[in-house]
Every structure is written in C-alpha cells, then in structure tokens.
Design a binder for this molecule. Structure first.
Ligand SMILES: [Mg+2]
Length: 96
C-alpha cells in the first residue's frame, strides 16, 4: 500500500509540507491537489488522463531501459519522478 513516505519520494510534496490538512490525510490532500489541476470533464477527462497515464508509464519504462542500456546513467530520482507522474494520472482516473 502506498504511504506518505512513498508520496514524498515522488517529489510533489515539498510544497505541501506546511499544510495541516496534508499531515492529517496526505492521500486525500493529494487527491484534491490532482482534482484542482484537471479542467476537462466527462469523456474528454477520461481520454486525457488515460493517455497521460500511458505516456507517463512509457517514461518509466524508458528510464528502466536506460538502466540496462547505459548502466551508469540510471537515476533513482528520475524514475521516482516519473512514478509520481504515473500516480497523478492514476489518481485522476480514480477520481472520475
Ligand atoms: Mg513524466
């Protein structure tokens, strides 16, 4: 199960550190953060966020590919950032 430490590792949460609502319920806070960033509705929202999820998953796989191709260029931070992007779209789809 994802937890607060995982969320912070994705790098989106430095801006939330001073919010008491974040400390009370980080998952709910993040869910609302995502909701506030989405402006499409209905079918457009479904398509936008599905394509976003697939695109970001592709970025994760690209980073992992480089792990094997260019062993010395792998970066945990880069993979975590992309996983944070995957989480964004996962939450966006979950909120529909
Ligand atoms: Mg990305």
């Amino acid at each position: 199960m994802i937890n607060k430490t995982d969320l912070e590792a994705f790098g989106y949460f430095d801006m939330f550190q001073n919010s008491p609502d974040y400390d009370k319920d980080p998952i709910r806070f993040y869910s609302q953060f995502v909701e506030d960033k989405i402006f499409t509705k209905g079918r457009d929202r479904l398509i936008e966020n599905t394509l976003g999820l697939v695109g970001e998953a592709g970025e994760v796989s690209e980073k992992i590919k480089k792990l094997f191709r260019d062993k010395n260029k792998f970066s945990d931070d880069e993979v975590l950032k992309e996983l944070g992007d995957v989480l964004f779209y996962t939450v966006a789809l979950s909120n529909i």
